[in-house]
Design a protein around this ligand. Structure first.
Ligand code: ASP
Length: 325
């Protein structure tokens, strides 16, 4: 943990204000990281495997990290058998499938949609928000109308099996989200292209049987996703309220900027939740990659896994956790 100690020492020097009066946090910090230039894709959960395949097909063919991060997660959004993303997502308590997504490119541009209904590819709408509007986020009916104007088709996203699961849930209608049982299966993805640029995406139907109108961390830049192409990128999955209260993905990247490794940064961001919030019944997982292609992952509870693909190898890896079963 040498680099972590150095990082803490640097932080203390900054806190003490030694010789840095007027220095801005926005100033670019020197980094020892050397930018990699090999395509790489990293994404949450087992559905990250097919998402990585698609992203790497694009990036290895000369496509950008942004194209990889968008098209990779679209594979999962389009899969009706996935009950936590896009079509087939489990609905809110009133039976509505409502989707959240965001995307960020290597130039710091960002786009997001939240509480979007009847549009299968929220990530593609988020990209349109980023590229074709002066805004970062569109919500609900406004996001839906924008998507329709952009040529997206409207469709029913509630599949028969998700409807059945919801009807079953209605019998007790108990909402008590605990670890890993409320489908904490958002897909968050980070890609690096052959030029070494980083981009990321995050898309979800959110917590199953949530209150109508609830929006989680996944479309919130800094909570569900953050990319700083000078240092690294992070995505989150799990109980969104915890990442929102700690701006978790931003925190992970900021810690990398301050000198932590991607792994140390994920661990420290989980520690922040543990120190400040009621965490025991909830799962949160962070996944990060720095510009050198080093990866890190950490969760509160065991059970969080992620897919990492580089050099033709696509692997599912179990993340370490703060609590051990
Ligand atoms: N983070 C998502 C949310 O709170 C849930 C998930 O990861 O599946 O909406």
């Amino acid at each position: 943990m040498t680099s972590r100690r150095k990082f803490l020492k640097n932080s203390l020097a900054v806190t003490a204000g030694v010789g840095i009066v007027g220095a801005s946090c926005a100033e670019k910090k020197p980094t020892a990281l050397v930018r990699a230039s090999k395509p790489k894709a990293l994404s949450t959960w087992v559905h990250g495997l097919p998402a990585n395949e698609e992203a790497m097909r694009i990036i290895s063919g000369g496509g950008s990290a942004l194209d990889g991060a968008e098209k990779g997660v679209m594979v999962i959004e389009a899969d009706p058998n996935g009950s936590s993303v896009g079509i087939g997502g489990l609905p809110d308590r009133d039976g509505n499938v409502t989707l959240d997504a965001c995307i960020m490119d290597h130039q710091g541009n960002a786009g997001a949609v939240c509480f979007l209904q009847n549009i299968k590819h929220p990530i593609a709408v988020a990209r349109k928000v980023m590229e074709d509007t002066p805004h970062v986020m569109l919500a609900g009916e406004g996001a839906r109308r924008f998507a329709l104007a952009q040529g997206f088709a409207e469709e029913n996203l509630l599949t028969e099996s998700s409807k059945k699961a919801w009807e079953e849930w209605l019998k007790s209608a108990e909402y008590n989200p605990i670890i890993n049982v409320e489908n904490h299966d958002t897909i968050g993805m980070i890609c690096q292209d052959a030029e070494g640029n980083l981009s990321g995406s995050c898309t979800t139907s959110g917590l199953a049987y949530k209150m109508h109108g609830r929006v989680g961390d996944s479309p919130i830049i800094g909570a569900g996703l953050f990319v700083d192409n000078d240092y690294g990128a992070a995505v989150a999955t799990g109980m969104g309220e915890l990442m929102m209260k700690t701006l978790g993905s931003f925190l992970v990247v900021e810690l990398i900027r301050q000198g932590a490794s991607a792994q140390e940064a994920c661990e420290d961001a989980i520690q922040r939740i543990v120190d400040k919030l009621d965490y025991k019944s909830f799962q949160v997982g962070y996944l990060a990659m720095d510009i050198a292609g080093n990866t890190g992952a950490f969760a509160i509870h065991p059970g969080f896994n992620y897919a990492e693909m580089a050099n033709g190898k696509n692997e599912l890896i179990d993340a370490k956790s703060y609590l051990n079963g």
